[in-house]
Every structure is written in structure tokens, then in C-alpha cells.
Write a new protein. Sequence first.
Lengths: 164, 563
Amino acid sequence: MNKHIISLLLENESGALSRVAGLFSARAYNIESLSVAPTDDETLSRMTIVTTGTDEIVEQIQKQLNKLVDVVKLVDLTESEHIERELMLAKVEAIGDARDEVKRLVDIFNGRVVDVTDTTYTVEITDTRDRLDSFLVSLSSIKIHEVVRSGAIGISSGEKILAI
Amino acid sequence: MTGAEIVVQSLIEEGVEHLFGYPGGAVLPIYDAIHQQDELQHILVRHEQAATHAADGYARSTGKPGVVLVTSGPGATNAVTGIATAYMDSIPMVVLTGQVPLALIGNDAFQEVDSVGITRPVVKHNFLVEDIKDLATVIKKAFHVATTGRPGPVVVDIPKDITINRAEFAYPREIKIRSYHPTVVGHSGQVKKAYELILEAKKPMIYSGGGVILSNASEELIKFTQLLGAPITNTLMGLGAYPANEKQFVGMLGMHGTYEANMSMHNCDVLIAIGARFDDRVTGNLEKFCPDARIVHVDIDPASISKNVKVDVPIVGDVKEVVSRLIDLIEASDQRLESAALSSWWDQIEEWRAQDCLKFKRDTGTIKPQFVVEQLHQVTEGNAFVTSDVGQHQMFAAQYYGFNKPRRWINSGGLGTMGFGLPAAMGVQLAHPGEQVACITGEGSIQMCIQELATCTQYKLPVKIINLNNGFLGMVRQWQEFFYDRRYASSYMDSLPDFVALAEAYGHVGIRVTKPEDVRQAIEDAYGKYKDRTVFIDFMIDKEENVYPMIPAGAGLNEMILV
């Protein structure tokens, strides 16, 4: 079972998202995260799906996605060098010593505190999924009120381009 | 033109002659437009499920897309079973569903359902028309997607106001969909590899499926098979693609396949899978499937390749195109399969064939279902179009009719939809007015769409209903006998109607046959003196006959239960 980041261009049409989501639920494939938004070409959306499965299952996922009429192009980013990013907003308790501790951790993870109250910090970090997970682990003694993650997005390294 | 007129004109532009449907509020404007022209004939069924099955039978028997028109809400939901049936068997179909006016969508309006959402998992693609300017283009796209690549049903959901509004009509000649390019031409390197592997075979086996029929590649399949001299089996969906009366044909394979077909599969060293998808009813236990074989797989759908069984030489492409190129390669050289090995392989297969696994007791005094199918074959000289429902009768039809031509065997293989047979037979008969059509069914299945006897009356469809009546849901009962210690839970059909009287009530000919010696005459009468009538023959058959051979769940193809 390996993690794969599948990136696709699909028609920016109503229903395209549910075709993809429906495919995953109908065929019992895993979705760890899914993010989608229009691209610079407003007729196209770019979707990034993080999924896990055996090689056979991931091959089927790619083939089944390609079969959807709304899917224009697809690439498995994990097959080669790629850049992965995910945005996380976390609201944590920041009282007493914890205020310094959180600030220090946020600095280590190259994040920033974007909102402050007497008792909370809201922090923003952009990094890979794994790094975001590590940040949450490192907060161990700090009370986390809320975590929002965007799901990963990704792009190939170098000159490889996913476009039509 | 109004949107309704655009719909009708678009169908005419597509060459549609028959449209199967049922009216309702949301499609009244379309029905009004149909009423005012005479190029397109509308067939009024008695339930929307039957509209889809009839269009499906029409499509399977002609190769042309079947077309359906139903109203919003329950009209659309009733059609879903038929859409799913077509989807599972890759049948080209375009289903137009009415929808509430655009402004009401999402308001829980009268007869509103999310038709696009409900049908999404069982269509190749679907559309909601949101602008009358897109209407003709969407219909063009629907036909294009339904009929190309791996075919399938496409739903077009049309809000009522769009059918009332007006727009210029210009039907697009060509359509390009940037995200849709099915691979038709097989990769030449792969074709070459397949050719080389095939010629290495000592014990070759050809396993062909419904894809050969969908691709109209029966002629190529026959030529390829005969050039090689290899044994061939057909799946349930592929029957008729290779003539059943040819000696290289070893019968159907799978759960109720012949001993020789399944043993040849199990023991072959090179398996050539053509337009077949390694369905679980075909492979049995995957871990025991074709243990010694290297596998070539030709299929137009990349997702069908290595889905259930990992193959050695995949070829994505249209079966007709790929098999033609394999033929060219074979014909271009003198090299053939090694003849000594091939002949000892055939000796082995003939030994299996000598088991005569389809034999059945003939002198029991009761009517054997196998005997009825065999007699039907004889009377119709193997040339009838035969539709079936689902269950024991379906297997008996597949095993004993002996199809020699493609598109003559019409059944719901993938979804296994009871109720399919009669409406499918209507669609076949409409497409082939002069031909002999039989619906082989059982007293359980026929009651799932029995209302269509009225449609047969209205359009004078002379289909012959061969009802193999054993008073049981036979296949359910068979499984209960084998695996549930004969506890026949809800498989006994109590309170059956008098089918003869019922047929007569609809204006048809009803015949009841209780003795083996009357079977032949009844079938001859149906196709003879009653040839222009709908005939319902109620055969009172052996109550507890089973379908053999049978591969129990979890077993390999070499672990059959014979009689």
C-alpha cells in the first residue's frame, strides 16, 4: 500500500466533481484528500487526489478516472519528482508558557501566527502532508481547538507540464 | 424551432426510427412534437423499465443505439434498472429524461428527482441541458459517446422549459470532445508480441466475449480461429460470435459452462482473451484460474485489462481492428502452431468432450426444460432471435439453443435483470419484423414485466413466449438445494396466474403444454399457424431440474459438478 498523488485536469462543469467522488465510493477506493479549483483556463479544473492502494489498485484508479468523459488529462505525480504542498490552519490554546512554545514551533515549521486572542493562536503552515502531521505531533502538550487542512496539491518538478 | 422540435429533429438526424417511451408532465412538449411528424415512430410501453429493455433489445439485435424517452421523477427512476442493465453489458443507448423547469430544480418540485445524480453510477456519461442553445450539441454528444469506444448508455436530462423555448436549429455534423478519445487501433508492438506468443502455444485456447459482437468482428474471429486451428469458447455475452455448430467450438465457459470449455481453459498454455472481461462467473476462483497460461487480452477498454486477472500481453483497441491485424500477421508467413502438439491437445479436448456434459434424462415422462430449448432450436433451425430473462431458463437457453450467428442471443449477462426478456423481445421484433423471435423465460421472470403483453397487442408483435414453468424461482431453488440444505425460502411461486387465460385476456394465443410429446407441436404451431400472433406457451416442466455442469462459488474451472 503506497501513497499516490494523482493530479487531473477535468472539465469545469457541474457534476464533474461528483463523478470523480462517486467513482471512488462506488469502487471502494480510498481518498485521503481531494482538492479542486479552476485553473487559469476557466474551462478546466485541476484536481489533486491523494490515495493509497496496491500497485494494481492504483493502476485501476488511474484507468477508471481516465474513462470518465470529464477527465481531460491525468498524471500520477508520485511516479517522478514533484512538489507537494498542503495548507493548514490550526487554532490552538495559547495561555502562559504555551504562547512561547507555539510560536517557537511555528517558526521551526516555517509557519506564521495569523490571528491572536488572549487565549488562542491561529497558525498557518504550508508544507507537505507529512510535515504538517509532524507539526501536529510536535504540539503534543498544547491543546488543539481546531484543525483545517486543504488537502494536498502538487505539481511536477522540472519542465514536465500537465496541460492540454 | 421549439426545444421539443429540436429534440425530435435531432433524433431524426441521428437516423432513429423507433423511440421507446412513456409520456408524463415534463415531456408533454416532446410528445406533442412527436405527434406532429411521422419519421420517428414512438412505441408506448406499459412501464418505463420496459422502454429501456426494449431499446436495449433493439440495440443488441441491430448494433444501432436504442433510444428511450421518459418523464421526470418516477419515469426516470423506473428506467434506472434498464439503464444499469445496458451499462453492465456495454449496450449503446440514449435515454432522454424529462426534468422539471430549470427554475424549479432543487425545490423538491412535483415529479422531481436528480436524474443525473441517480443515474451517474450506471451510465457511460450523462448530461443536464441547461441552455436551449446546447440542446442539439448535447444530443449529438450523447449519441457519439454511447456508440463509440466501449459502448454504453447515456442519459440526457431535459428541463421542461427548454423544450418549450425557441432557438435556431442546426444539427452538428461532427463533434469533438477534447476529453474523450477511445483507443481503437491496437499498438503494433503489442500486436506483434501477441502474435509471437500465440505461435509458441502448445495448448492454445481462445476465449471470446461480448466485445466481439459489439465490434461486429464475428467474421474476423471465425477466420482467426480457423487459421490457428485452436479451440474456442464463448462467454454468455459472446454466444453466436463463433458458430456453435463448428467443431472448434467447445461451448460456453464459466459457472454453467461445458466440461470441455472449462477444462480447456484450465489446462491451456496460451490464453487469447478477445473482447471479454474475466467476469467472476467466468473465472471462478481467481487463484486457480488458468494456472499454466500466459495470457493475451484484447479489449477496447483499458480498465478491463488486468482488472481481475493480470495478463502478459495487453492490447487496447477495437477487437475487429486488432484481430484483423493478427490475421494479417499469420497470413504473411508460413509459420503455424506446432501441429503435433496441437493434435495431442485436441485429443485431450475430445476426451473431455466425450463426457457429454450436457446430456439429460429424456424418458422421465416430465417435460425437461433442456428438451424444450432443443425443440425450439430445431423448429426455428437455429435462426431465431432468442431473448431470455434470468435464472435456470437463461442457462438452459445458452447451453442448448446453439447460436450460429451473432446478435441472435439477447440476455442480461452482467446485471442479471429479471424482467428483461419480454420487452427485449419486443425491441428485437420491431427491428426485425419478419424474423422469428422467442423469449425464453420462467414463471418468475415473466411476471416482472408481464404488463408488456399489452404493448405486444398494440403493435402486433408476434413474439413467442417460451415459459419454462416449474413453479419455482429455479436458480434460487437450485442454490438452496445445494448450499442451504433444501430450505426453499421464498423460492416457491404460489398463486401463479393462469398464463393461458392471461395471454388470451390480452388478445394473444395461449397454449399450455403438460406432456413431452406435445412440446414439438406447440412450438410448430407458434411459428406456423400462429406466426403472426403473440403466443404464450406455458410449458409445465420438471419441477426440480438443475442446471449442470456447475462450478460452486470458490472453486476452480476444473472443479465442476457434473450431472
